[in-house]
Design a protein around this ligand. Structure first.
Ligand SMILES: C[S@@+](CC[C@H](N)C(=O)[O-])C[C@H]1O[C@@H](n2cnc3c(N)ncnc32)[C@H](O)[C@@H]1O
Length: 252
């Protein structure tokens, strides 16, 4: 991606509480379905953490040490500031890429990743990350997922060009099973995770973002692309969402 474009994308998203669809209630549901609530001294990695909404929540809710990873130093800096201002002592935030993780084999009880694995691809990610999980450790992630077996051409064509790995939950679960995991739970994010928690707050930043960037062509392009995505979601929301997958590492 062009550097100027990336800088502006960061500018648009850095002030958001989250950088993708999700919700505190849904993170809580993931914790409960995974049975993490009463476990002690968990080691969790949050991969593609953004400015750290899930990391902070996990650090406060659980007896756990969190390693938070993102490849954008700007997002990691925001997380580090929050860690400091909230006196959190159980988050280590690091800049690094999810395709070159500095983890030891069998280091983590839980690998957590909300709306981020698509950056290296679901199948590649779940295969490569497995070795970092302890035996019987849990992979907990969200991934864009078709909710129906058939879809209108417009939305199908859009996602085929954006992210051809988008698929139904049953196909994603098959990939997990083949990669050495056993499915524990699945649900998908409700509309509020997209609109109330992500798109609406982002839209309220559009005007200031454009002003700050003197209405540059690239800034306008970014806003137009976000508007297209928001419009598509609004018209086709019954066909897709982020699926949440919880799966246990199994060793044959
Ligand atoms: C859609 S955002 C989700 C952020 C956060 N998990 C949340 O739910 O708010 C995807 C994140 O993945 C990060 N990312 C993209 N490619 C990456 C890579 N190769 N390695 C690490 N992080 C990456 C982005 O910087 C961004 O913060």
């Amino acid at each position: 991606m062009d550097e100027k474009y990336l800088k502006l994308l960061i500018d648009l998203h850095i002030d958001g509480k989250r950088q993708g669809p999700g919700g505190v209630q849904e993170t809580l549901k993931m914790i409960e379905l995974a049975g993490l609530r009463h476990q002690k001294n968990l080691k969790i990695a949050d991969i593609g953490c953004g400015t750290g909404i899930a990391s902070i929540f996990l650090a406060k809710e659980l007896s756990a040490r969190i390693t938070s990873i993102d490849f954008l130093p700007e997002f990691i800096d925001v997380l580090k500031q929050t860690v400091k201002s909230e006196y959190l002592t159980n988050i280590d935030a690091k800049v690094c890429s999810m395709d070159n993780l500095p983890f030891d084999d069998e280091e983590y009880d839980v690998l957590w990743s909300e709306g981020a694995i698509y950056n290296i691809g679901f199948e590649k990610g779940v295969k490569e990350w497995r070795r970092f999980l302890k035996k019987n450790g849990l992979l907990i992630l969200s991934e864009i997922t078709w909710l129906t077996e058939e879809r209108p051409d417009e939305i199908q064509n859009h996602w085929d060009s954006e992210y051809p790995e988008i698929d139904t939950a049953s196909e994603k679960i098959k990939i997990l099973e083949k990669a050495g995991y056993s499915p524990v739970a699945y649900f998908y994010l409700p509309e509020s995770c997209w609109t109330d928690n992500y798109y609406n707050p982002m839209q309220s930043r559009f005007t200031e973002f454009l002003e700050r960037n003197r209405n540059s062509t690239t800034a306008q392009e970014i806003i137009e692309a976000e508007k297209v995505e928001i419009d598509l979601y609004g018209r086709f929301k019954e066909y897709l969402s982020y699926g949440v997958y919880i799966a246990r590492r199994v060793d044959r």
